[in-house]
Design a protein around this ligand. Structure first.
Ligand SMILES: [Zn+2]
Length: 232
């Protein structure tokens, strides 16, 4: 998967955690692969594991050299985890991010207000991954200093409103991702997604902003390096 990505010019990837096990795997992968960086965190869908695993995840934040805490966030659309438990899990990890001076990779589904207020209260920098929301929410996120990342779903035929939102995001706040193994771009739907497909997202954003794939690649690479403090 990594070699596929490198062969099409993707030279930096962020591997995120959703729970303790995947966070450990991200850290291990990043240690062995110069093109992979690690994020560690507990996702709202696994917030029920936070009570037992928080100590070990915290240890990874401190000792695993992650460049970000994530995916963390709130999901009021699909997750069955009670909102209070999601909020507590999110809040605690935001505090860690503030203490460790790390950015956060935020998962948000139908929780716009609570996500934004959590981020603003904690005073952390970060990115809204796989952005979903309207122009007003994107505007509020940009005002809060956040970056906005688009995934393969922006290429879907019916994603006109998402593309309209993307048009309003300034280039210096833009990131691209695949959200692998989920959300394969148009043309690969129904298949397992992988980082090598990120070019389709770049191409779509290039059309929106009147830029080439290479230009979008260079811009978003620089944005990621700045946010995650990646060295060249
Ligand atoms: Zn997510």
């Amino acid at each position: 998967v990594i070699a596929n990505a490198i062969s099409v010019g993707v030279d930096r990837m962020l591997s995120v955690g959703i729970d303790l096990e995947s966070s450990r795997a991200s850290v291990a992968l990043a240690r062995g692969q110069p093109s992979v960086e690690a994020a560690v965190g507990v996702h709202p869908s696994t917030a029920h594991t936070f009570e037992s695993d928080a100590g070990a995840v915290r240890e990874l934040v401190e000792q695993g050299q992650p460049c970000a805490i994530g995916e963390i966030g709130l999901d009021y659309a699909r997750c069955t985890t009670p909102r209070e438990s999601q909020k507590q899990t999110f809040r605690t990890q935001l505090e860690w991010a503030a203490e460790a001076d790390l950015p956060v990779v935020v998962h948000n589904r139908d929780a716009h207000e609570d996500v934004l207020s959590g981020l603003c209260d904690a005073g952390v920098r970060g990115v809204l991954h796989c952005f979903s929301g309207d122009e007003a929410f994107a505007g509020a996120a940009l005002t809060a200093g956040l970056l906005i990342s688009f995934a393969g779903n922006i290429t879907y035929k019916n994603a006109t409103s998402l593309r309209d939102v993307a048009r309003t995001v300034p280039l210096d706040r833009l990131l691209i991702e695949t959200d692998s193994p989920y959300l394969p771009p148009e043309g690969w739907r129904g298949r397992r997604n992988e980082p090598a497909r990120v070019g389709a997202v770049a191409e779509c954003l290039g059309e929106i902003h009147g830029l080439t794939v290479e230009e979008i690649g260079a811009i978003t690479t620089a944005n990621a390096a700045r946010l995650f403090r990646w060295s060249a």
